[in-house]
Design a protein around this ligand. Structure first.
Ligand code: ATP
Ligand code: MG
Length: 582
């Protein structure tokens, strides 16, 4: 490609509305343009990058026996009703009607369509396992599209699905995908952490996310300094230090606490009650099958609730924080004086049934303090399992940096911001059961197919490569996904000798199988160097004054070092460098 005719609308200044680095550089380097909220056009440079990423995805899916499909992005409502997700997906789903008034949606993911094919055409264990995938556009009406192409409403996903006769088969398919994902991210030049994750709306059991540590991410992960433990904060646990509760009281005792409204207030009130000796009481309203019920969530005073952990423990019911009025009418006190001791009886008096879920860190604790459900009063000497009727124990708290690893003896957990680039799930039989995808076993028994689902966002790979690989001058593409392998910069197009050598080198490099951009623009050398740095081509060959000695300069964008190379040697040298590690 010749830069003079190629569309690379670079910008001199950082765009004002872009916050994360990848968003800024995608705009500045002329890779994308925004069309609407969470809707972007990919310009020619970006399209070249995306195609290279997709090629890597194809190669690695094919290597594990994946078969490429291409399914419709527009789906009839019926299959989404069958799986139950027409209702579950809520506002995130783009819905439309056709001319006959029939409901359709734009696919957010393709479990339903793939399962509908499987149920019609897979009949016997002999046909399994199958690994099916596609590279297809997905639509999600995200609540907060942001950060350039990191969270958009239309994006390209490689989604794969495995179909096995049993769970042992699924374990193998899952492992194959896990290995393929590692190779994909390694080849794309991304440093990543594999974490345990909550399975959320997709349903299913085991799930791993591939996370890139970056402040541009919206997830939080905990990783151990000592062993390989890593988990999304929505799933992470830690080992807590044992606390000495002393003997405690024979029964809980109420005491006045005028003006105390928060855990913090109580740590300073009177002789002070440390936060880890307090019980935090949160009130939620849980809706299941249209029926709303109050829920008390109990945590240690110094711990924070993780809402995903809570919803993962509510078997699909929706939970929301109760309003101040709802709290008062339920317990007769305001937030700040709430507690679970006697709460069930109190609510029952007004005809309400409270459910109590408590964090495991409260198990076995004695001598604790909590609100008395009367404003300005608390109760001390609470022995949790003696004085509170807990309906369900669960891991609900948010792990924080510095806590001990749950997996090894000496490791300490660090908590980091991270960006999810890929997600692999063991779905089990959720979709095959709800949609009736069964096969016959060897003994002629009809069983639901055991499924897995595996997704990677193509734009997210492109943008996270920028997050990880850039400097003050611009992007530094990993060789494998760079839009061009090498750029040939002719310092002065008016000089015939330089121009002719540039043209010849351009052709020679192409003949050697390289993707080459020839900067043949009528610009000053300084401008060309700056632009080349900005768009991040891994190698630049500069044709300048030394051409008289048949010497050119080879510049490495990553190390920012240059060396003089004989023009006769430069093609094979660049070929070797550019193709290394692909
Ligand atoms: P997130 O938690 O970031 O919303 P998700 O859990 O909804 O992601 P999946 O449904 O597992 O994502 O989709 C698989 C992959 O698709 C993700 O790992 C990510 O790379 C990509 N992806 C998901 N949502 C978006 C989006 N709105 N914009 C761009 N890429 C996305
Ligand atoms: Mg999402």
């Amino acid at each position: 490609m010749r830069w003079s005719q190629y569309f690379i609308p670079t910008l001199r200044e950082d765009p004002a509305d872009a916050e994360v680095v990848s968003h800024k550089l995608l705009l500045r380097a002329g890779l994308v343009r925004q069309l609407g909220a969470g809707i972007y056009s990919l310009l020619p440079l970006a399209q070249r990058i995306q195609l290279r990423i997709m090629q890597i995805l194809r190669e690695e899916m094919n290597r594990i026996g994946g078969q490429e499909f291409y399914l419709p992005a527009i789906n009839p409502r019926e299959i989404w009703d069958e799986s139950g997700r027409w209702a579950v997906m809520g506002d995130n789903m783009f819905r439309l009607k056709d001319r006959k008034g029939a409901d359709l949606c734009l696919g957010m993911t393709h479990e339903e369509v793939f399962t509908s094919i499987a149920r019609n055409d897979l009949r016997s264990y002999k046909q399994l396992p199958q690994v099916w995938y596609q590279i297809q556009v997905k639509f999600r009406d995200e609540a907060r599209p942001k950060s350039g192409v990191l969270r958009v409403r239309q994006f390209i996903m490689k989604d794969a699905y495995s179909f096995d006769i049993d769970y042992a088969g699924l374990d193998k398919s899952f492992e194959d995908q896990r290995e393929a994902y590692k190779r994909i991210f390694d080849r794309c030049g991304l440093k990543y952490v594999i974490v345990e994750a909550s399975s959320g709306a997709m349903g299913g059991s085991a799930s791993n996310e591939f996370m890139v540590k970056t402040d541009a991410g919206e997830d939080m992960i905990a990783t151990c300094s000592g062993c390989g433990y890593a988990a999304n904060l929505e799933k992470a646990t830690s080992r807590l230090q044992d606390l000495d509760d002393g003997i405690g009281l024979n029964f809980p005792a109420e005491f006045p606490t005028p003006g105390v409204r928060t855990i913090e207030d109580l740590t300073k009130f009177g002789s002070g009650t440390p936060a880890d000796r307090q019980i935090k009481t949160l009130v939620y309203i849980v809706t299941r099958g249209g029926e709303a019920k109050p829920l008390l969530v109990l945590l240690r005073g110094d711990h924070q609730l993780h809402e995903t952990k809570l919803s993962d423990n509510l078997a699909g019911a929706e939970a929301r924080a109760a309003t101040a009025e709802e709290i008062y009418s339920l317990l007769g006190a305001n937030a700040g004086s709430l507690g679970a001791v006697g709460a069930k009886q109190k609510a029952r008096a007004s005809g309400k049934e409270i459910y109590i879920i408590a964090d495991s860190a409260l198990r076995g604790r004695r001598n604790m303090t909590t609100g008395a459900n009367t404003d300005d009063y608390h109760i001390r000497g609470v022995e949790v399992e003696r004085d509170i009727k807990v309906d369900q124990w669960a891991d609900l708290r948010t792990v924080t940096s510095g806590e001990a690893c749950p997996n090894c003896k000496s490791g300490v957990l660090g908590v980091f911001k991270a960006l999810e680039v890929g997600h692999i799930f063991k779905l089990g039989t959720k979709y095959s059961e709800s949609m009736g995808a069964t096969v016959l076993t060897q003994d002629g028994k009809e069983v639901p197919i055991v499924m897995g689902s595996y997704g990677i966002g193509v734009e997210r790979i492109m943008a996270s490569a920028i997050e990880l690989h850039h400097d003050a001058d611009g992007i530094i593409w990993p060789n494998s996904i760079a839009p061009f392998d090498v750029i040939v910069t002719v310092t002065n197009m008016k000089d015939e000798m330089l121009r002719e050598h540039g043209e010849k080198l351009y052709k020679d490099l192409q003949r050697a199988g390289l993707e080459v951009l020839l900067d043949d623009r009528d610009e000053r050398a300084g401008v060309k160097f700056k632009d080349a740095d900005l768009i991040g081509i891994p190698y630049r060959i500069t044709i300048g004054k030394k051409i008289g000695d048949r010497v050119v300069e080879l510049f490495d964008r990553r190390t920012r070092t240059s060396e003089d190379v004989k023009i006769a040697d430069v093609v094979s040298l660049v070929q070797k460098l550019a193709l290394a590690g692909l």
